[in-house]
Design a protein around this ligand. Sequence first.
Ligand SMILES: [Zn+2]
Ligand SMILES: [Zn+2]
Length: 305
Amino acid sequence: MTGRLVLLGTKGGPAIRPGGPWPTSTLLELGGRRIVIDCGLGVTRGLTYAGLSLKALDLVFVTHLHSDHVLELGPLIHTAWTAGLATPVRVFGPAGLNRYWQGFVQALEFDIETRIDDEGRPDLRQMVEIVEFGEGIVIGDGGLEVRALRVDHPPVTECFALRFDCGGTSVVVSADTAFFPPLAEFSRGADVLVHEAMLAAGVERLVARTGNGARLREHLMASHSLAEEAGTIAARAGVRRLVLNHLIPADDAEIGEADWIEAVRKTWPGPLTIGRDGHVLSFGGDQVGNREDRHETGNAEEPNA
Ligand SMILES: [Zn+2]
Ligand SMILES: [Zn+2]
């Protein structure tokens, strides 16, 4: 099975800073399908950097409706449309996704109507199928099977990990979640587990710099996983590679890759990738993409991720 996983944006949370990494989005190419997972700010640019023609947009999944996962969904599809999208796009997400999409096309009504009349484009609103899903099988037809598992991301109840199986290759993304043991069974034997991760020392530094620190710490600890906990899920599941993603903090000058590795090695001895924007993981080989635009900057405050 040929395919690749491209980490387009790897930071947790919606805020961006000069030179820093971008919010969450991922491209999975598997069995000839092009699957975009989450649409944080920067997804459109990330996809074009990864060499994907936007006309070829195919399947899109949104794990939950926090803005660092959905903010650029509408702009991505609209931009693909202006780039010549000619085939329907299916977008899968939790309850509420349809409301987001209807609100987006309403906000862009003037532009959409104008381009249909003036440029003779097909009606964007008829080219997009929104599918709201719950736990269980999301796609079960033909070569690609996709399953969803509700995870633990308070106060959001509609948040789902996703498992993609195609031609003997399996990839699991955790979505945003506190330590959630059922993810281990869900990820059993996967080739790649992409798990969100937070570094305890980094959270303390974040909290110390932020006015409303105690409240922030409470939110982060209740709804996200420490790197060690991501390692525990990977070890219990027996996956072939763990990829840490949705990093919190992602742009602290005092926190480097070695710190993440040190934390996760307490629980996970196997193949490991610490996520960076533009990182490409090919099935059958692991290589770093040539887009290394992650620099270290300060960090002020972090809205909910
Ligand atoms: Zn998030
Ligand atoms: Zn979230």
